[in-house]
Design a protein around this ligand. Structure first.
Ligand code: CTP
Length: 409
């Protein structure tokens, strides 16, 4: 480690180091040692091919932990290793990252331990590619790298020079020292505790409005964006309470969860919880209408057609903004299918918000039940829209929180 790397702050960071099968796999040993010297706890996952180059025993001896290659292997001590391994990591590094692992990550293929770990990982991901120059320059590889960048993955460019195969050109694994420095930089950013002291209240997921005891009206929200916000706020030092409707994912560990299934329940829960909050973010997809009457018994199939009369639900976001106290910051979302920015600006004004996050839900890379979001952020202070490309929801969440930090200044 060079003296120019300042120590990593706060708690001991947990690094998940993935090693894929290339001749540069031996250099991952130096990456492991460098991270340990900087005070990190490192656990290692290897692909089967990586084991042809370096024995798992080497990494086990150096890391002091079981090295996972195949989570189905009988000696694997953890039955859901790809979840615990990835979700307790503060950073996932893959060094070397082969053309094959890059292609799998870019396409969401999860056919072994390392690729499943990548998909299950909330933490920032850093990859250090290494491969033959022709493979590196191939349009398929470059396309996959572009996809990974859009997904928020950090990439350390390979060095140019003479390769093991004799070719001269780019493709050689970056120096371990540079990989370690980049990892520490990312950790420092990830561990920036700029939201310490803020108490977040975030609505998440879809509401459910009952028609009768077995039927309801709902929508496609998964809760992913709200959970990403909760996770990011927590990592940046905030205290987080979630008011959650129906979600298809589990909430992140460390947040207080209040369940509220209908718009009315959500309105009541938010009114109660917002007294203690300093930032409210309305990320839930709340039904605008509910059945005017909920049938006590299951509606029987006796009529040829039935008419359902719907009535308006409370607007949770507008209510919290109208009754805000003690400098509560109020941030809303705007799910739009047309005139995205103009409609969002109108919602910002009419609901009296501090900021609004607009997204075009007709895009395939944005909106409900996607892993990425292309958002535009507009604040009351500066109505010039901040238009962002499609980002992972984790990255998008951090950009929204950057705006919260700037509104506090
Ligand atoms: N919202 C809310 N309560 C509702 C409906 C929406 O708090 N009953 C919040 C959402 O959580 C989001 C914002 O209002 O933060 C905007 O939601 P959106 O569905 O985009 O807009 P609406 O206000 O419902 O207006 P419209 O459906 O006419 O676009």
């Amino acid at each position: 480690m060079s003296a120019s790397n300042p120590p990593v702050p706060v708690t001991i960071p947990n690094i998940a180091l993935g090693v894929s099968g290339g001749i540069a796999a031996y250099k991952a040993i130096e990456v492991l040692r460098g991270l340990q010297r900087a005070g990190c706890n490192v656990r290692v996952a290897m692909t089967k091919r990586a084991c042809e180059f370096v024995q798992p025993l080497t990494f086990r001896a150096l890391s002091g932990s079981h090295v996972v290659v195949d989570d189905y292997a009988p000696d694997n001590p953890d039955p859901i290793a790809h979840i615990t391994f990835s979700q307790t990591a503060d950073l996932l590094i893959v060094a070397p990252a082969t053309a094959n692992i890059i292609a799998k990550f870019a396409n969401g293929v999860a056919d072994d331990f390392l690729t499943s770990t990548y998909l299950a990982c909330f933490a920032p991901v850093l990859i250090a590619p290494a491969m033959n120059t022709t493979m590196w320059e191939h349009p398929a590889t470059q396309r996959n790298l572009q996809q990974l960048r859009a997904d928020g993955v950090h990439i350390i460019q390979p060095d140019a020079g003479e390769m093991a195969c004799g070719t001269i050109g780019p493709g050689r694994l970056s120096e371990p020292e540079r990989i370690v420095a980049a990892a520490l930089d990312l950790l420092r950013t990830a561990q920036k505790r700029d939201l310490t002291g803020e108490r977040f209240l975030i609505t998440v997921g879809a509401t459910r409005e009952e028609i009768d005891p077995v039927r309801f009206i709902s929508n496609r929200s998964s809760g992913r964006m709200g959970f990403a916000l909760a996770e990011a706020a927590l990592k940046r030092g905030g205290d987080v309470t979630i008011v959650a409707g129906i979600t298809t994912l589990d909430p992140p560990a460390g947040v207080k969860v209040v369940r509220a299934l209908s718009a009315t329940e959500m309105d009541q829960a938010v009114a109660r919880e917002s007294r203690n909050a300093s930032v409210f973010i309305g990320a839930a997809a709340i039904a605008d209408y509910r059945p005017a009457q909920r049938a006590e018994q299951k509606i029987k199939k006796t009529e040829e057609s039935v008419t359902l009369t719907l009535e308006r639900t409370p607007d949770v976001l507008a209510n919290v903004a109208a009754s805000r106290q003690n400098g509560l910051l109020v941030v809303g979302f705007a799910a739009e299918t047309e005139n995205v920015v103009a409609n969002a600006q109108e919602k910002l004004r009419s609901k009296k918000l501090d900021a609004i996050v607009a997204n075009d839900v007709t895009r395939s890379d944005s909106g409900f039940d996607t892993t990425t979001n292309a958002i535009t952020i507009i604040t009351a202070k500066n109505t010039d829209p901040l238009e962002l490309p499609a980002l992972s929801k984790n990255e998008a969440a951090n950009r929204i929180l950057d705006v919260v930090v700037s509104l506090r200044k």
